[in-house]
Design a binder for this molecule. Structure first.
Ligand code: 1DF
Ligand code: MN
Length: 355
């Protein structure tokens, strides 16, 4: 093949920018708090213990050490890794569970600090980085204010919510000030995985399936579905959600969810499962965008494009958790028109996040 390539053989003249939309970082301060909570046992979340016990305190092993280092860099090292992997722009967000595991006041302060640090990095590398604002859902009114500060003053492009907050979900109306602020700011909410909450996670930990391999997707798809069935999107019809990991598989489920939702509502089996203005799949198609973080699998990407629309599916790498410098070389070669590839890598993200 002719044309220019980088040192890894990745083409640099493809005619589109590669925008990676789910790229994680952590502040030194938050990592120190995680380490302290793990050492003192001052948390009540076995999923957090499993995940961050591995990444934060197990630094002799290779994977946690490298991930730990890469997460903390929002400067030259990350840019070099992006260059090596052919990534032009990274949309950065505070890694899971962010501040959502912390006590309320500490969470509010740490979200602000992370947002200020991320804003500095974006200011320094405006062509390479964009950011999502982190909030503390434990304090919904403060979270709504921080969301607004992040979008209007710091120039962030959306909000990161690392799924449940200490076992509570955005379907609960106490969190709706956050949804209201996101809709008012036209800020997409990236609903990112977290480990399953206490009470659900133990059987997953027992067999080693609590993490990104499967548990994350169970938690996050469930969270999105309960947001939909709660009626939140009838109340906030212009809200935009983003799901990673190819929609956390919801597009595979949607036909059955529609059928069973209709049947279950009609039977009045549950007080909590109420009629909606639209079918569950309509909200997936109209209020949800998805990314390919951790799911660089052409048949699954094409299926998602077919059922959700080609304007709904965007690229994400999930750096540093799934840093595969060669992966865009494969995706560049998907059996897809140049226009569709450009939408996938670049223009869908530019439109949604207003880059
Ligand atoms: C992992 C994967 C960890 C993802 C993450 O955050 C994460 C992992 C702590 O592999 O342990 O965001 N992910 O999105 O797939
Ligand atoms: Mn991720």
């Amino acid at each position: 093949m002719t044309g220019q390539t980088n040192k890894n053989g990745i083409r640099t003249d493809v005619g589109y920018k590669r925008i990676a939309t789910e790229e994680a970082f952590i502040t030194r301060e938050l990592l120190d708090i995680y380490v302290k909570m793990l050492k003192e046992g001052s948390h009540d979340d076995p999923g957090f213990g499993s995940l961050w016990g591995f990444y934060a305190t197990n630094l002799q092993a290779e994977r946690p050490r490298i991930i730990n280092e890469r997460l903390q860099d929002i400067g030259e090292r990350r840019i070099a890794d992006m260059d090596a992997a052919g990534i032009d722009v990274a949309i950065l967000s505070l890694t899971s569970p962010g501040v959502q595991i912390l006590p309320r006041d500490l969470a509010i302060a740490q979200a602000r600090l992370a947002n200020d640090q991320l804003a500095d990095a974006v200011r320094k590398y405006p062509d390479r980085f964009a950011g999502l604002v982190a909030v503390a859902p434990q304090a919904p009114e403060e979270a709504a204010k921080e969301l607004e500060r992040g979008i209007k003053e710091l120039g962030f492009k959306g909000v990161i919510i690392n799924s449940h907050t200490q076992g509570e979900y955005l379907s609960d109306q106490k969190f709706w000030p956050i949804l209201e602020a996101a809709e008012a700011c036209d800020a997409p909410i990236y609903l990112h995985p977290n480990t399953l909450p206490k009470g659900m996670v133990e059987p997953f930990i027992e067999c080693g399936l609590d993490g990104a391999i499967f548990g994350f997707g169970v938690e996050t798809s469930f969270h999105m579905l309960r947001i939909i069935t709660s009626g939140a999107l009838d109340r906030f019809p212009n809200l935009k959600f983003v799901l990673g990991h190819l929609g956390e598989a919801l597009q595979y489920w949607m036909w059955r969810i529609d059928y069973m939702h209709e049947a279950t509502v009609r039977s009045k089996r549950y007080e909590s499962l109420k009629p909606l203005k639209k079918k569950p799949s309509d909200y997936l198609k109209e209020n949800v965008w998805i990314t390919t973080s951790g799911q660089q699998f052409e048949p699954a990407i094409k299926y998602a494009q077919e059922v959700l629309g080609k304007d709904r599916v965007m690229y994400a790498m999930d750096y540093p958790y799934q840093y595969v410098p060669q992966e865009v070389a494969d995706l560049d070669n998907m059996d897809m028109s140049p226009e569709d590839l450009k939408a996938f890598y670049q223009t869908n993200a530019e439109k949604l996040f207003k880059l």
